[in-house]
Design a protein around this ligand. Structure first.
Ligand SMILES: [Ca+2]
Ligand SMILES: [Ca+2]
Length: 286
């Protein structure tokens, strides 16, 4: 009889232990599970790991963005971070689709392109020896002027004789227009105000402003053919004398236009032309 009770007690103890173990297991499972939106259950540990991965991925994207944010790529190129974690400029995969005909350009090879991006992308592909290069001649392609290619009429001697005056007027009008739109730096604005008050300073100040404006990269007190681009490209299709005029400005034919050469070809005297570009830069960098 005593033995029978012992067996009953042993079975009861076993049952108790089993229930306790089951309860422990249930509690443990509850601890590591989380109800999302009241429906789906996902282990807590899994969520934490995924969150950590997301944070790391976000950081990596931010780091790549940051690396590329500091990198300036030329026309037709874009920045990408390579497998070594170095930001580099590569040829663009695609240029934005251009439907606006005003974005069309004429190249120095007298070909019309949908946009300057398309032309510079092709130049990049050819320079890097990529399979996308359709003709090696595009190695040296650049924008000649904005708009579709057209027949540029010859500049007659009479038109050429009148061109410096037209150019001076045009430069002053552009400077005045920028002043009205508050798009001039304080120093350039001072030149513009002086020109408004004193007619004799009108042309010289406009010429000095444009020279300093063009002499940007590098700022070496001379304007290269490349630096002339912002004045040549928009005007070439409209003013057929601009190219011979600019060619004539480089009197000593060294491929650079100095301030003195610029003043002379705009028919200004040496006394009128004063180098004020450093003043402009000092004030702009304040
Ligand atoms: Ca320069
Ligand atoms: Ca020169």
């Amino acid at each position: 009889m005593q033995f029978k009770w012992l067996i009953v007690l042993a079975v009861a103890a076993c049952l108790l232990l089993t229930v306790e173990a089951h309860e422990k297991k249930r509690k443990l499972t509850k601890k590591v599970k989380k109800i999302v939106d009241g429906k789906e259950e996902q282990p807590v540990e899994q969520l934490d790991i995924q969150d950590a991965i997301d944070v790391l991925l976000d950081d990596e994207v931010a780091l790549k963005d940051n690396l590329c944010a500091k990198k300036h790529c030329g026309a037709g190129k874009e920045c990408r971070v390579n497998e070594n974690g170095v930001a580099e400029c590569v040829c663009m995969d695609h240029c934005p689709e251009e439907k606006d005909p005003r974005r069309m350009i004429c190249s120095n090879q007298n070909e019309t392109w949908n946009s300057d991006c398309e032309l510079y992308r092709m130049r990049c592909l050819c320079k890097s020896g990529s399979a996308g290069c359709v003709d090696p001649k595009y190695d040296h392609a650049h924008v000649e002027y904005f708009g579709t290619c057209r027949e540029v009429p010859q500049c007659t001697p009479d038109e050429m004789a009148d061109f410096p005056r037209r150019m001076r007027d045009w430069l002053f009008n552009v400077m005045r227009d920028l002043a009205d739109r508050h798009d001039l730096s304080p120093h350039f604005l001072k030149l513009e105000r002086e020109a408004e008050k004193d007619n004799s300073r009108r042309w010289a100040n406009a010429a000095i402003w444009k020279f300093c404006d063009l002499d940007g990269h590098p700022h070496d007190r001379k304007v290269s053919r490349h630096e002339l681009f912002p004045i040549r490209a928009p005007l070439l299709a409209l003013e057929h004398c601009i190219q011979p005029f600019l060619d004539g400005c480089d009197a000593d034919n060294d491929h650079f236009i100095t301030l003195q050469e610029w003043g002379k070809c705009l028919e200004l005297t040496e006394e009128e032309i004063e180098d004020k570009c450093d003043d402009v830069r000092d004030e702009n960098s304040l």
